[in-house]
Design a protein around this ligand. Sequence first.
Ligand code: CP
Ligand code: NVA
Length: 305
Amino acid sequence: MKKDFLSIADLTREEIYDIFELTRDLKKKTKNRQEHHLLKGYTLAMIFAKPSARTRISFETGIYQLGGSALYLAPGDIGIGSREAVKDIAQVISRYNDLIMARLFAHQDIEELAEYASVPVINGLTDYNHPCQIMADAYTILEHFDRIENLKVTYIGDGNNVANSWINFASKIPLHLVICTPRNYEPDAETYKNARNAGLSQIEILSDPKLAVKDSDVLYTDVWASMGQEAEADKRKQIFRPYQLNSDLLGLAKSDAKVMHCLPAHRGDEITDEVIDGPQSIVFDEAENRMHVQKAIMVKLAQNR
Ligand code: CP
Ligand code: NVA
């Protein structure tokens, strides 16, 4: 495994399944209140340039359960890249802490952080991707379907960081992945090209939601305006309206299809209350699994050193 976890594209298929196996073990121990202090005395510095609920809470609670502790560095505390150069912060934190988790705007900033940090860096979301989320999503699908390979996973909405990580996942694990977005809101072209070249999955980029959801095992959506795109929110609401995950659209997928959303959700926009609160929704299992998967990722990175 590489020193850092910045993208699912950096993992091998075997490493992905190793993380899932450890996740299962750690989740069981957590449920049974069995001590699993695999990172006793470790400290995790968490740098947030954007807001968060799940990422902060799941990493902080997760490292505590592993016998370590976390520091929450809020947007504005460090001023990464503004008050101080990314490479200086990387080297300073490496002198204090054993692991770094960062949620940043530019993906190149997390790459620079990882390059200059001597300790492992975990990507807690950038404008480009959200790898911890999709690892948790895939693990959740595995729990519900007993398999993930060759399922039809359809992502409807904005071709954003979450969509890009799904494409990276499909470059490592065979899936039928459909990304359905309005025109001009497609995911990253280079990421799509690389995943297509990997030749493992059937990956389609479509713009017709009714066509996209047909025969899907999993329907996935995310906000139409991501953090940092607030000024575009009103315009996007108009453009994305036909991409709302509502019961009409859900009715076109397989009858036992599951509904996922990384959260936070804008209820009534990209997803309706009846769908997110309905019997096919597994969004809170998905949110829970963020913690279990990230614990496994932290342990794997620490053991790697
Ligand atoms: N899904 C997710 O990353 O949630 P937060 O933005 O609340 O951390
Ligand atoms: N695409 C969303 C995901 C939030 C977890 C954002 O970047 O705001």
